[in-house]
Ligand binder design. Structure first.
Ligand code: HEM
Length: 448
């Protein structure tokens, strides 16, 4: 006779501090918190975070897979992400669920086809060249902040067609507004009161809306290759299109989704390539070979051939995922690996922990890009062992865009510069919202 194991109930959550639960512990050292939870409870553990609501943490690829695949439609994105950053990025694709998400994703996919991506690569090269022209080689060069400006330049070129008529000063204000919106996610006071982070985030959102809305008439009037224009004109196979509000919401979310994640990925790559000169030399040799063959402006297919850079990018995303956790909220009771998770529970899904589990990776803390090479393919140890771009229906729509952006940048950078980072350096990370190096990621930079 078949037997079924009884469903376990979650043990009570450790209390943490009033109002903020264990958020500070997360902000201090998320990996240490993941390990503590894993050792105390295993894959499904109780948590307490900001707001005092019940939270659950899912650790390891099996548990992450259940939530990301979402076979019984128990996990929703909107109510979870809205809680964290909804007023600033709400109604972006990642915030939509089920039928509505399906409809918007169907339309938006048209903006990320291979042909469209190939069209974004030209403006990327132009923005990289313009951005790098201002980099002054020196010891302790603050790479992270320079990269942040440069990737905003890429986003402005590829998303907004260069944002003609916006002065450098206004662009700097737009950049500050993004930062205000992202940082508002970590606010303890989550109301629009003067002088609070939340308030600065709300003000930032208004700046961003005015900025994007100002370009709608010209982009609706004539189709061009930038993402804003593409979103104005694309339709799904069934003829569905975005309204003006949809376009504004999607572009603001896309700029956020693309900006911090790519900046951090590049910053980690500069750190690791600065510490591991053998890899820097290897990647440069590949780039020089490509440049000798195709010149200054490689196409998307040319960039695909930079295989060493691809290995390094994958390894950096494993060691330091730009999105270490994704959020969900249960819309009904469900069971994860035998443990009941009640309806209306916030759920933290932690891909970053899977990336460091010795069960799936040899010497997981070591920088070893070759582990992704055809001989080893450690990422195949489990379908969800490596999931920096998430999984299931919400899997990152911009992953190939990010790959193109990163390789377009390094294609130019490796030719023009060489750099070192002390092998003993450990980046001091701020984890209040998406991670970034508090010291600006210093590198010793020389022109070649
Ligand atoms: C290295 C860079 C990036 C990383 C690590 C990353 C990571 C992620 C992750 C983990 C998710 C899933 C969120 C969830 O499941 O709730 C996601 C969603 C998304 N990302 Fe990215 N992302 C990156 C770059 C980009 C770029 C460059 C774009 C756009 C140009 C982009 C657009 C999106 C969109 C539209 C979604 C929502 C997909 C949906 O909900 O259907 N991302 N990203």
């Amino acid at each position: 006779m078949a037997t079924t194991s009884p469903v376990r109930e979650l043990p009570p959550s450790p209390r943490g501090l009033p109002l903020i639960g264990r958020s500070l512990e997360y902000a201090r050292d998320p990996i240490a918190l993941f390990r503590k939870q894993w050792e105390s409870y295993g894959a499904v553990s109780p948590m307490s975070m900001v707001g005092g609501d019940p939270w659950v943490m899912l650790l390891g690829p099996d548990a992450c897979e259940v939530a990301l695949r979402n076979a019984d439609k128990a996990f929703a994105n909107g109510p979870a992400w809205t809680y964290l950053v909804g007023p600033f990025f709400g109604r972006g694709l990642m915030f939509l669920d089920f039928e509505e998400h399906h409809l918007h994703r169907r339309i938006m996919q048209q903006a990320f086809t291979r042909d469209r991506l190939a069209g974004y690569v030209g403006p990327m090269h132009a923005a990289v060249a313009a951005g790098l022209a201002g980099w002054q080689p020196q010891d302790g060069f603050q790479a992270y902040w320079a990269l942040k400006d440069l990737t905003l330049g890429i986003a402005t070129e590829t998303f907004m067609g260069g944002a003609e008529h916006t002065s450098a000063e206004e662009m700097a204000r737009v950049n500050r507004s993004f930062i205000a919106c992202v940082q508002a996610a970590a606010a303890i006071v989550r109301h629009d009161l003067p002088f609070t982070r939340w308030h600065r985030g709300m003000r930032g959102r208004r700046v961003l809306e005015d900025f994007v809305r100002g370009y709608l008439p010209s982009r609706r009037a004539a189709a061009s290759d930038d993402l804003l224009s593409v979103l104005c004109h694309i339709e799904s196979d069934e003829g569905e299109r975005f309204t003006d509000d949809d376009v504004v919401n999607h572009v603001i979310f896309l700029m956020m989704a693309a900006h911090d994640t790519s900046t951090y990925t590049l910053s980690v790559m500069l750190e690791k390539l600065g510490q591991h000169q053998d890899w820097q030399v290897r990647c440069r040799a590949e780039v020089l070979q490509l440049a000798a063959r195709v010149g200054d402006r490689p196409t998307l297919s040319d960039l695909d051939g930079l295989t060493s850079l691809d290995l390094v990018m994958k390894e950096c995303l494993r060691l330091r995922a730009p999105v270490p956790v994704v959020l969900r909220r249960t819309v009904k009771d469900t069971v994860v690996l035998g443990t009941r998770v009640p309806a209306d529970t916030y759920v933290t899904v932690a891909p970053q922990f899977s990336h460091l589990m010795p069960e799936y990776w040899t010497d997981p803390e070591a920088f070893d890009p070759e582990r992704f090479g055809p001989e080893r393919r450690e990422d195949r140890s489990h379908r969800y062992a490596w999931e920096p771009f998430g999984g299931g229906v919400h899997k990152c729509l911009g992953m190939f865009f990010a790959g193109a952006e990163v390789t377009a940048f390094l294609f130019r950078f490796l030719q023009d510069f060489e750099w070192t980072v002390d092998p003993a350096y450990v980046a001091p990370l701020n984890h209040h919202s998406l991670p970034f190096p508090k010291d600006g990621q210093p590198i010793d930079l020389r022109r070649r």
